[in-house]
Design a protein around this ligand. Sequence first.
Ligand code: GLU
Length: 403
Amino acid sequence: MIRYYNQGNKLTFSNRIKLIKPSSTMALTSKANEMRQNGEDVLVLTVGEPDFDTPDYIKNAAKDAIDAGLTKYTSVDGTPELKKAIIGKFERENNLSYQPDEIIVSAGCKQSIFNMLQVLIDEGDEVLIPEPYWVSYADMVIYAGGSPIMLHTSYEENFDISMIELESKISDNTKLLMINSPNNPSGKYFDRKTLESVADVLQRYHENIYISSDDIYEHIHWHQEKFHNIVNVCPDLKDRTIVLNGVSKAYSMTGWRIGYAAGNADIIKRMKTLQSQSTSCASSISQAAACAALTFECKELPQMKAEYKKRHDFVVEHLNKINGVLCKETDGTFYVFPSFKDYIENNESLKDDKDLAMFLLNEAKVAVVPGSAFGLDGHIRLSIAIDMKSLETAISRITSILS
Ligand code: GLU
């Protein structure tokens, strides 16, 4: 007989797990997929997952790895071959130089971020996060015992971080600033000038604050400036910056689960200790595939990027035609993050962006993520990592239901 953990008995859960909620992107995607399985014609614009297949040269490297018997545990921090490929990638694409003990491979960039927070954050520590932020940042910080401290931005002010606010939110407890550029969900790229101002604040007075630079959308970037992260802009911050990246988004490899972190060898060593006690290592076969992805030229990448840009232009143009909707052009990523504030305000049956997302799901059969999941109410995030035909149908359904 199955006994459930419920009323009256003494079997309880940790206090930690009660503090966090399921990831909204994952939860809404499961709900939409469930509706599809039940025969409903739902278009899923929730999850940020490229619709393209993983390129053949990458899949072939995985098949070769299986045939060669590379099916065992690897070193906790990744195979020497993959770490070499990551170091080569940083040199070639980012002009950054790392040693093998400054790199760790994990099961996705998400695990790298989680491990980093577990290693750096203690009870009472504060972590600065610009809004809007990727759904998991805040919960991961809370799970590590820290407090997320948001830096407010707005659609009207182009999602720019205010340096005055940054300064004012720094306290003796501030441990880390989390940067994600191009940003999920806004598509905003923090240009050189912005990063220089952030670096200036951190360098002048605050030498005990770490920085994380989540560069996962580096290759899906169409800002006029070449991609830079904060270490490129201010090399003096390298020792206290953890650069996070992975192969999921650029190479259409979400299910392979390979991400990595680069930073000071002491931090990486501790992330390795944690990983040795949790997952041991990332999948050996996926590591071989990621090694190929990062070593050889990916001819499909420019085509995928061009396709995302085409979809972006289409969606931005059409959403802006709906009364009460404002949709900014992004600098990259495969998301758009329009403001529906006026639309919601002028519509009595909608209380907020969550209501709007439910309305779109139930009435238009289009699944999207409410902006409040990313810390900005009144917005909706649409993933454009879906084929153009489905996207056209989704936009036409949204337009007709809202007009
Ligand atoms: N990062 C993607 C997203 O924001 C994948 C889902 C997730 O892990 O949140 O949709």
